[in-house]
Design a protein around this ligand. Structure first.
Ligand code: UD1
Ligand code: CA
Length: 453
């Protein structure tokens, strides 16, 4: 059976008080609507149709890579009116799942259960029991069978006591949508075309309306303001931390961890507090990440220890490295095994072979460093002449003295030594010593200036 996912996303989102359309507000670094599209893709939907209105161009642009369709609802005349806009492009066979761009966390598993439950009946919905149903559509049942959805503003005092509410998520046969939607009217308290009225139409046609409940209430919660957004962010993050713990990760505190992307882990990974992981990252067996680290699109191999407050961006780190504290690995940093990167060391677009050490205050940019080379404190690769970037090659087992400036393009040989404080502008041969500084001058019995009277 082919499934179409219809996503309602035309609402204004006034309560966000933002220039950004609501469905583009990020949750775990990804737009709300992006989460819904991701879930639709997991369901292998044949067709994803998003109904947009406010901020249309911006919303469409944000998802220009996705293979999906867009339908405009220029005036927001109600949820039923929104889905009416889809009818001209909606297949006449198959089933539609109706979702919302601002209900980001409904799981593919729950939707699969809904699809299954609705298979025989042709219509099904997700409902929820809540303590305070204020504002929601109420589920009216007779002998357990769903009869209708009554909106809060249209409900009698008796109906207002019903605690089973409409989440707004439905599964409906396309044929029925084509039949029912043109018949909606706006004769109700809000003067809107209510999508909820299709339930009564189904009942009138003699159909049983199937219903399921989500495993977790937050799955069906919508985002109207930033308070709700932050609540869902924490729910989402705690789910991710839970699943990582099940994969064998130890967190100092799972409530102080943020994953904005994906993380693959080996065994016995330990993550201290306030670590942020963005994009697609991987941590090998036994990797330890200290407090306050930020990793973006980074791979770290087994048993590497990262000390606090180190920042990684598109870096690849080998096994048994010691990184940080306060290290910064920028894009193109590739570190082999047993590399040591210490405090206030910045690496960019550089290859560091096995056993390289750069332990203090250093900038290595556009460099290739051979194995077991020691980079002294305060070494700078001067890779930029103001216009172009140039490469620094340093051989194996070289020793770069502290506070040296290596002016690229430059080649420093295997086993070469650079004296501390050198400005090196010419290549250094293998095993040579380069001293690129004024020689020390000594004046004996020197008299310091005296204070004049
Ligand atoms: C709707 C349901 C209500 C349910 C509640 C769950 C109807 C009539 N009522 O009420 O039973 O309990 O959701 O949250 O369906 N939208 C459009 N175009 C429109 C109107 C809405 O795209 O013309 C989109 C909004 O962007 C939003 C969603 O539909 O994402 C729901 O709209 P909203 O106005 O919040 O519906 P409710 O009145 O809360
Ligand atoms: Ca709502």
């Amino acid at each position: 059976m082919s499934t179409t996912v219809i996503i309602l996303a035309a609402g204004k989102g006034t309560r966000m008080r933002s220039l950004l359309p609501k469905v583009l507000q990020p949750l775990a670094g990804k737009p709300l609507l992006g989460h819904v599209i991701e879930t639709a893709k997991q369901l292998q939907a044949q067709d994803i149709i998003t109904i947009f209105g406010h901020g249309g161009a911006l919303v469409k642009d944000a998802f220009s890579q996705e293979n999906m369709r867009w339908v405009e609802q220029t005036e927001q005349l109600g949820t039923g009116h929104a889905v009416q806009m889809v009818l001209p492009v909606l297949a006449t066979s198959g089933t539609s799942l109706i979702l919302y761009g601002d209900v980001p966390l409904v799981s593919a598993h729950t939707l699969q259960r809904l699809l299954k439950a609705s298979e025989k009946t042709g219509i099904g919905m997700i409902t929820l029991q809540v303590a305070d149903p204020t504002g929601y559509g109420r589920i009216v049942r007779h002998h357990d069978q769903i009869q209708a959805i009554v909106e809060h503003k249209d409900a009698s005092t008796e109906q207002q006591c019903i605690q089973e509410i409409n989440t707004g998520i439905y599964c409906v046969s396309n044929q029925k949508l084509h039949e029912w939607l043109p018949r909606l009217s706006n004769q109700n308290a809000q003067g809107e075309y209510y999508l909820t009225d299709i339930i009564e139409m189904a009942v009138a046609d003699g159909l049983n309306v199937a219903s399921i409940q989500p495993e977790m209430a937050f799955e069906v919660e919508g985002v109207n303001d930033r308070v709700q957004l932050s609540k869902l962010e924490r729910e989402y993050q705690s789910q991710q931390a839970l699943s990582l713990m099940r994969d064998g990760v130890t967190f100092a505190d799972p409530d102080r961890f943020d994953l904005r992307g994906s993380l693959k882990v080996g065994r016995d990974v330990r993550i201290d507090t306030n670590v942020i992981i963005e994009g697609d990252c991987e941590l090998g067996d036994g990797v330890e990440i200290g407090t306050g680290c930020v990793l973006k699109h980074t791979k770290i191999a087994a048993y590497t220890k990262v000390q606090p407050y180190s920042i990684f961006d598109h870096a690849v780190v080998g096994e048994n490295n010691m990184i940080g504290p306060f290290a910064r690995l920028r894009p193109g940093s590739v570190l082999a095994n047993q590399v040591h990167i210490g405090n206030f060391v910045e690496v960019k677009n550089s290859l560091l072979a096995q056993g390289v050490k750069a332990n203090h205050f250093t900038y290595l940019g556009d460099a290739i460093v051979g194995q077991h080379t020691n980079i002294g404190a305060g070494t700078i690769t001067c890779n930029y002449d103001g216009v172009n970037k140039h490469k620094t090659h340093i051989g194996e087992s070289a020793f770069i003295g502290s506070n040296s400036a290596l002016v690229a393009p430059i080649h420093i040989g295997d086993g070469a030594t650079v004296a501390a404080g050198s400005v090196v502008t010419r290549d250094v041969a293998n095993n040579a010593l380069a001293i690129g500084r004024a020689m020390q001058v000594e004046k004996s019995d020197y008299q310091r200036p005296q204070k004049s009277k």
